[in-house]
Design a binder for this molecule. Structure first.
Ligand code: GDP
Length: 356
């Protein structure tokens, strides 16, 4: 038997694979003569959001869907540009028409204008002929422009990594009247909605392996991606300073000039910052992980002994930033200085032109 939503073969063994439905639920629904949807499609229909699914051939399936639509709306998160501008998605979308939607702009400080954000984004995606639309799903900013753009096409697909606000935007644009639908030749399962003569599909959020949040449970991810505003702290370190970000990222500061550097760190409000000295840092990290150095998650979920770390030196100057995917970014007010950044192995870190 196949799921009426995504078309996957119904199975009761593995929750992370397509077509899963607990046996007792399946039997109850069958007896009652109800439509059989797998757990994922059932949740999608009732909560309007597709859970990510483990598919060996995910990308092949996504490429098949992409071939059948007129435009792809690729959603990014402005507070995690490095984490959401995923190179694999970029490659898959390289030859298709796309609209780049940059969401959560309400979280940036008000001093940064929409024009500044727009030009910054365009410079990051250099030479790419994207339409760029800035949005805030929660503040309903930019939605009219996005809707107008979408209505120029017949079939539209939303894609993006998890937690960028893709399903929030999809719901805001389409309203509540959505269904889950099989897509020929795939078991992806898509949420489908109609807007005048346009059909919109929402695809499952793509999971990545290079953001700090990828190391966390879905509950902790929620904590770290849900925010009404970001935390912003200003630091004026001395030559002896070490700064911890949430206990999973350590910054050792070095500089030669007379003047002390000044920088700000932006991160979700669940991330705690702590400044200490180089002599105390090692012991502090060991003793206080999960206590004073509150990581933005339950330390039992990510025991420090289970982690391997990467270390990299960066030279930074005014008008530059250091972005740590899935965690936050450091924005230099006065430089130059050097920092040795230590964080979980695999997390993408990039020095970039300042956004703020
Ligand atoms: P998806 O995994 O990409 O579908 O992301 P969701 O739509 O589930 O959103 C992830 C989190 O980001 C949720 O806590 C949302 O409330 C929050 N979120 C989504 N859009 C925005 C936005 O424009 N601004 C802010 N501040 N939060 C947002």
């Amino acid at each position: 038997m196949k799921c009426k939503g995504c078309g996957a073969e119904i199975q009761h063994e593995d929750e992370t694979l397509p077509g899963y439905i607990p046996k007792e639920v399946f039997e109850r629904r069958s007896l009652a003569g109800e439509e059989i949807l797998c757990q994922r499609c059932f949740r999608a229909r009732h909560y309007g959001k597709l859970m990510p699914v483990r598919l060996e051939d995910f990308w092949t399936q996504l490429i098949n869907v992409i071939k059948e639509v007129d435009v792809v709306v690729w959603i990014l998160d402005i507070t995690d540009f490095e984490g959401s501008y995923d190179p694999k998605i970029f490659e898959v979308l390289s030859s298709v028409k796309k609209i780049l939607v940059v969401n959560k702009i309400d979280l940036l400080p008000r001093a940064v204008t929409v024009q500044e954000i727009d030009s910054w984004v365009r410079r990051q995606v250099l030479d790419e002929p994207f339409d760029v639309i800035l949005t805030s799903a929660t503040k309903r900013y930019g939605l009219r422009r996005l809707k107008e753009k979408i209505l120029e096409f017949r079939r539209v697909l939303f894609v993006g990594v998890t937690n960028v606000g893709k399903s929030s935007l999809f719901k805001e644009i389409t309203g509540k009247d959505v269904s889950v639908t099989p897509f020929p030749g795939t078991t992806l399962g898509l949420i489908r909605a109609k807007l005048f003569n346009t059909i919109l599909f929402d695809s499952p959020g793509i999971t990545t392996k290079h953001r700090l949040i990828d190391f966390l449970s879905p509950e902790s991810q929620k904590k770290l991606t849900h925010a009404d505003h970001l935390s912003r702290f200003t630091f004026k370190p001395d030559r002896n300073s070490v700064i911890f970000l949430g206990g999973v990222c350590r910054l050792d500061i070095d500089f030669k000039s007379e003047l002390r550097p000044i920088f700000q760190i932006f991160a979700n409000e669940a991330v705690k910052f702590h400044q200490t000295s180089k002599v105390k840092a090692d012991t502090l990290w060991k003793r206080q992980y999960g206590k004073l150095l509150v990581p933005p998650f339950d330390p039992q979920e990510l025991p420090i002994e289970s982690l391997s770390f990467q270390e990299k030196r960066f030279e930074l100057d005014a008008s530059e930033e250091l972005a740590i995917a899935g965690l936050g970014w450091l924005s230099v007010r006065r430089g130059p200085f050097e920092t040795c950044l230590k964080t979980i192995d695999g997390i993408y870190v990039r020095k970039r032109e300042a956004l703020i």
